[in-house]
Design a protein around this ligand. Structure first.
Ligand code: PLP
Length: 284
């Protein structure tokens, strides 16, 4: 763990955020979650760009250069001694007097956290996940535009709580007009009739970095792919469903709303794309 204001790696138990920090009080913060492979951050340029876009989206100026941010990540990962890490970069608007007015928040708080990367083994990927489409909406084009990775994850947490309470592993959120949006911390893909579908960004989702990678890989593997809106009915009828995120890459949804997706196993398109993604990690 690295807190910029302290300037040296800290044990998580030692690292503290002031009680007047706006990230703590109001969720006035943005973040990125990424993984390393071979000790290097995966898709660093894309994560850096999205962090800057998210910060700009809430009018938060980042006082650090690209090189400084990269150095913080390398330093934190290096200090852990992990082979590979899950790395979280959190930037809050910093400390201000108790009220909402952000004008007196002068110094953003930066924390870089690294924990050992924990992803499913081969059997876990083959088994896939149980997901549930829940009645929690991601709200596009608002102060909480899902395109910005802000600290406001309460809807996603509520969605995940609903799915977990039903005995499932993952939640899929809908958008305000009832279309499939995205997972609580992932994007959604479905294969129907040999074509790969994923909702467009305009349906109110985070522009996932793994989502973009999957679309590029599909093109290079000649898998027909299309960004188009998905109704929950489409996803329930799909031959394959999978979720994507930087930490886990693509992972099959083999049970949806309590019913098996097709034969309840990781499908061939998912498996091909997962292997292609894994091969990309080796090229860093
Ligand atoms: N959607 C949401 C809401 C997320 O929080 C995340 C990642 O945490 C994703 C999608 C996947 O994005 P990425 O592939 O960039 O990790």
């Amino acid at each position: 763990v690295y807190l910029s204001t302290i300037g040296r790696p800290l044990d998580p138990a030692e690292a503290a955020v002031p009680v007047l920090d706006r990230g703590f009080l109001f969720g006035d913060a943005v973040f990125e979650t990424l993984r390393t492979a071979g000790g290097r951050p995966v898709a660093w340029a894309a994560h850096l760009a999205r962090l800057r876009r998210s910060a700009a989206g809430i009018g938060l100026e980042l006082p650090w250069s690209d090189d400084e941010l990269r150095a913080f990540v390398d330093l934190t990962h290096g200090d852990t001694g992990n082979t590979d890490s899950l790395v979280r970069i959190v930037v809050t608007r910093g400390v201000s007097p108790l009220m909402l007015d952000p004008r007196q928040a002068l110094t953003p708080t930066l924390a870089v956290l690294a924990i050992p990367l924990a992803i499913p083994d081969e059997a876990g990927y083959a088994r896939g996940l149980r997901a549930r489409i829940v009645d929690v909406t991601r709200v596009p084009a608002s102060a909480l535009d899902p395109a910005f990775k802000t600290a406001n994850y309460l809807p996603n947490i509520q969605a995940l709580r609903q799915a977990l309470a039903a005995g499932d592993d993952e939640a899929i959120l809908i958008n305000p007009v009832g279309l499939v949006a995205e997972g609580a911390t992932s994007n959604v893909f479905a294969v129907l009739g040999g074509v790969l579908f994923t909702p467009p960004i305009s349906d109110g989702i985070l522009p996932g970095i793994t989502r973009a990678t999957i679309l590029e890989l599909a093109a290079s593997l000649a898998i027909p792919a299309q960004e188009s809106s998905l109704h929950p009915f489409d996803v329930r009828a799909a031959d394959e469903v999978f979720l994507t995120s930087s930490v886990r890459g693509p992972i099959a949804v083999t049970t949806l709303d309590g019913f098996p997706v097709a034969d309840g196993k990781e499908g061939p398109v998912t498996s091909r794309l997962r292997r292609a993604c894994e091969a990309l990690l080796g090229t860093l």
